[in-house]
Design a protein. Sequence first.
Length: 176
Amino acid sequence: MGRRRQSFDQTLNAIDYRRCKQRVFFLGVRERRLTILSQQHRALHLARALDRTGLLPSGDKAHICVIGAGVGGLTLAAALGTLNRRVTLLERALGPLHLQESNDTRWLHPNVYRWPMENWDQEASDLPFLNWHAGMAGKVARSLVTQWETMRVEDDLASVVTEHYGVSHVNVPKQQ
Ligand SMILES: Cc1cc2nc3c(=O)[nH]c(=O)nc-3n(C[C@H](O)[C@H](O)[C@H](O)COP(=O)(O)OP(=O)(O)OC[C@H]3O[C@@H](n4cnc5c(N)ncnc54)[C@H](O)[C@@H]3O)c2cc1C
């Protein structure tokens, strides 16, 4: 069993998804280490865990709201979209990855925080999608946004994922 699989099973065991009646999930809020890659792993684990435990809503009216188009939200929306779930992505800034996209002074590396563990110097994120290489934050963000836009067209994510930017208020009509 590889490290990634173990890590997924640990995630699955750590959270009793069936007891979460509110169906509201937070990515990494209580975790000790928050990096771009760790948030992407959490997003992929969450989508897979919800799918595997039967907690992902399905059917015509089923809808999932992802709040925040940072790297965690974007990866989660992409994962849910590839599982053919309808997603509404809400972001208060004017575009995705706004914290990184205009920063050309900070160097990001996907694995350096894992030092001295194995493969800490691997410069590629090695994910199923939304991959990135070590580089300046702005360049990483622009590459991720380009991949996201490509997925919207080529993988038809646009038919299931709706994005809203500059969001300040949300009105949820009462169900009849
Ligand atoms: C100074 C600094 C340096 C860092 N350097 C590194 C580094 O070198 N390498 C690394 O891997 N990580 C680094 N990190 C950590 C990395 O930035 C985070 O792990 C990563 O951004 C987390 O992604 P996220 O999507 O979970 O959250 P965020 O990137 O914070 O994204 C959350 C998004 O949600 C939006 N949002 C929040 N609340 C709402 C709301 N109520 N409604 C709508 N939208 C909302 C925000 O506008 C934002 O776009 C650094 C962090 C900081 C602060």
